[in-house]
Design a protein around this ligand. Structure first.
Ligand SMILES: NC(=O)c1ccc[n+]([C@@H]2O[C@H](COP(=O)([O-])OP(=O)(O)OC[C@H]3O[C@@H](n4cnc5c(N)ncnc54)[C@H](O)[C@@H]3O)[C@@H](O)[C@H]2O)c1
Length: 256
């Protein structure tokens, strides 16, 4: 689909990969709604980008909160064409801690709620609006991009909850794409390796260098703009559907 004059909702758009997508969308002539619970960064980015961007304080785990954000986007821009699901948390925790205590069920549930249920909340509510769009010549009405992780395939020790949530996103990729084929909405998933976002920038210089050394080529962390570049391509290329694409410089995570 052409991006110009379309509208994207970007969950997690206040920071990191999502913020890069919001900036890229506006550069390509689209409007964007940032759905994020970080009001400080979200408002700041929206103000920086002008009247093409709105910020909607949203908790993706809460369907009513997502619905309110989708309604506000419809009021502001009149349509939704793309949903990019970047909201997520990477909280590590072992299944059994050093003192022999099991992982609290609440912890596991919280990660699944944000990363997996949050993705379904945003994609389902946004797709209801996409169905109302006039189709392009190719019959397209919209595109959904979900964000998994290489941890969906080779999760490390401490990533049981995170990997389970991201593997859930990979698991729903095909059935959702098959279902939405009837509506002219494509569904693709990006599984990033390691990208330099605020989460990673917070690590000590030494840890950043050791992560970069693990990357086969290029030997560095990914840039958020490179993630946004793939989002743009997935929207623009009508033949890519139901794909899960690793964006990882050939990285295969070790056990620890
Ligand atoms: N950065 C990486 O190396 C990397 C690698 C693989 C996958 N990912 C995935 O990419 C996505 C974006 O990661 P990032 O590095 O940009 O992280 P980030 O922490 O910079 O951004 C995540 C955003 O999600 C928002 N968020 C968290 N919980 C939310 C909720 N309940 N409701 C609404 N917003 C919420 C945060 O406020 C934040 O703005 C995540 O799903 C992450 O798991 C990132």
């Amino acid at each position: 689909m052409k991006i110009e004059n379309c509208v994207a909702v970007v969950s997690g758009g206040a920071s990191g990969l999502g913020a890069a997508v919001v900036k890229d969308m506006t550069k390509s002539g689209a409007k964007a709604a940032i759905l994020d619970f970080d009001a400080e960064n979200g408002e700041k980015l929206a103000a920086e980008l002008g009247d093409k961007v709105i910020f909607c304080k949203t908790d993706v785990t809460d369907a009513a909160s997502v619905k309110a954000a989708i309604d506000r986007t419809m009021e502001a821009f009149g349509a939704i064409h793309f949903a990019v699901n970047c909201a997520g948390v990477a909280s590590p925790k072992k299944v059994i801690d050093k003192k022999g205590n099991p992982m609290p069920a609440d912890f596991f549930n919280r990660v699944i709620q944000i990363n997996l249920v949050g993705t379904m909340n945003v994609l389902s509510l946004a797709a209801v609006e996409m169905c109302k769009n006039t189709p392009t010549e190719d019959g397209e009405k919209g595109a959904v991009i979900n964000v998994a992780s290489v941890a969906a395939f080779e999760g490390q020790v401490g990533q049981a909850a995170y990997s389970a949530s991201k593997a859930g996103i990979v698991g729903m990729a095909l059935p959702v794409a098959r279902e939405f084929a009837d509506y002219g909405i494509r569904v693709n998933t990006i599984a990033p390796g390691i990208f330099m976002t605020p989460m990673m920038a917070g690590l000590p210089e030494k840890a950043q260098q050791s992560l970069a050394a693990m990357m086969p080529f290029p030997k560095r962390l990914g840039k958020p703009e490179e993630f946004a570049m793939l989002v743009r391509h997935l929207i623009e290329n009508p033949m890519i559907n139901a794909e899960v694409i690793r964006l990882d410089a050939a990285l295969r995570m070790a056990a620890k």
